[in-house]
Design a protein around this ligand. Sequence first.
Ligand SMILES: [Zn+2]
Length: 450
Amino acid sequence: MSSHPVAETVASLMPRARAELAELVAFKSVADFGQYPRSESEGAANWVADALRAEGFTDVALLDTPDGTQSVYGYLPGPEGARTVLLYAHYDVQPPLDEAGWDTPPFELTERDGRWYGRGAADCKGGVIMHLLALRALKANGGIPVHVKVIAEGSEEQGTGGLERYAEEHPELLRADTVVIGDAGNFRVGLPTVTTTLRGMTLVRAQVDTLQGNLHSGQFGGAAPDALAALIRALDSLRAEDGSTTVDGLPGGTAWEGLQYDEEQFRKDAKVLDGVELIGSGTVADRIWARPAVTVLGIDCPPVVGATPSVQASARALISLRVPPGVDAAEATKLLQAHLEAHTPWGARVRTEQIGQGQAFRADTTSPAYRAMADAMAVAYPGERMQYAGQGGSIPLCNTLAALYPEAEILLIGLSEPEAQIHAVNESVSPDELERLSVTEALFLLNYAG
Ligand SMILES: [Zn+2]
């Protein structure tokens, strides 16, 4: 760790940060109120609101978003004429899944082998703490040089889009010169990384019909058109021999320009079984960050247990297509639908329907904000340079903010490095990363203001 005064302050604040993270992790703030009581989310929201008030934030409010959850907003005015920075995190968490699969209770922050375990420790309650640490460190070292807005979302993991719609309905609320999304992660522990692109996605449902009803496979099989077989053939046409995604008309050969993802490391991270090949072509980074990827998420057909000797009259599939930056998600949806319709054999009737869609995102890495972040990371991570990574998934709020504030720079950083195992059992955060990234964020705000 560097000896910058900001770094010394953050180091001294770490015991308090740990106690606070333990308090926040103790709320079972899963924003699915059929599974977990609303009072758990409200407790976490109030915790964040109180923490912001204690730091001198004015206008602290619990925003009722259209999906029935609450996001916490706060504003801390800075010096006259200063720039405005929006800091984002979310206080809701994924459900713990199999509680018995956890080595320690998911809602009790527990230290083990130098990491802090608990649901949300990295994703993204640790992000809330990171923002607080950065602001406290600046206050202790001459003050916060920018206007700060904080938004802590209450339903990010549910994908219900409450905050996106609220932001669209209140277009001035989150306006900022730069946005720091504290919900991404370093490529690996100790390697400072900004996520510069996110793939978009489209979801399409396909239904194939061939017969008025199911038929006996002994009596009719061999000539009767099988809807499930037709669907399987149409779905198979979405991949080349090597497993690359092939949607007619959709470009698939783009190369990734930033950090590369070592193939052996990827095999380990993805837990690929021995002897099984990776699919696709190009480097791993090309495949997961710069190229389209189709996944069949589900097929409606008879389950194996209870299956009868029948030729199927109908079959359905839900298909996800991850869309790389530079490709319009609406255009990709049309291409996917047209492809499925063109590749369904035997004149089988096929209907496709778009279920959901989100655009890809690409940051402007030549902006002053990116320079300020690179300088901050060089100090917080001595001997390392800021790396650019992509992310295969999407963050819809990113697109909402990019659309509302096209001039704003958006930087994605955070605590969700691979060892954090976010969304899985035994999620944890590295306290060293929390410390370094809090220093990073504080120095970023200093650099960006100056
Ligand atoms: Zn998250």
